[in-house]
Design a protein around this ligand. Sequence first.
Ligand SMILES: Nc1ncnc2c1ncn2[C@@H]1O[C@H](COP(=O)(O)OP(=O)(O)OP(=O)(O)O)[C@@H](O)[C@H]1O
Ligand SMILES: [Mg+2]
Length: 189
Amino acid sequence: MELTLKNVSKAFGEKAVLHRFSHRFSEGKTTCVMGPSGCGKTTLLRLLLGLETPDSGEILGMEQRKKSAVFQENRLCEAVSAVSNLRMVSPSLSRKEAEGLLSRLGLGDSLHQPVREFSGGMKRRVAILRALSAEYDILLADEPFQGLDEATKHMTMEYFQQQTAGKTVLLVTHGEEEAAFFGGETLLL
Ligand SMILES: Nc1ncnc2c1ncn2[C@@H]1O[C@H](COP(=O)(O)OP(=O)(O)OP(=O)(O)O)[C@@H](O)[C@H]1O
Ligand SMILES: [Mg+2]
């Protein structure tokens, strides 16, 4: 069943964020979710993850699907290493495999340092790798490439695209350039 929202409304107090919103996401594709700050992109992802409940309407196609997420904030365990952050979520990942993934995104020199000592861009890459190394059918990524310099962003986007090929991905972004890179469908909220 394709991931579908039917007439979904969500308000916080007086503030209507989604009003009778309907959309069907293409299976196995990346949809870039775009729109100005405060328009409800994170709220949409939170509704899909079951972290918020719609006031009315239906969300179909999320049951019994494995979900993974890159949250807008990193939500890492700051006291432990990047390797441990990945293996905590994906216990089947060996230490060597985790090291390989982190090295692939330029973190090879900091594998065993506590994540609290990482820069913002380094933390972001750990958060992305953690989400990608989990088992999932649907990936929800909230501005995953924010805070990365151009070269690192490019390397990370290429890796992300490779890894998510054939999966249903909702990618929240403010960047036209990013949307063009992923080339899939765009949902303007
Ligand atoms: N828990 C909450 N309680 C009250 N208001 C909320 C709550 N969560 C979100 N909102 C409001 O809902 C609106 C949409 O917020 P949301 O975080 O979904 O925006 P966004 O599109 O992700 O913005 P940004 O691009 O800045 O991340 C905002 O006006 C926000 O203040
Ligand atoms: Mg947001």
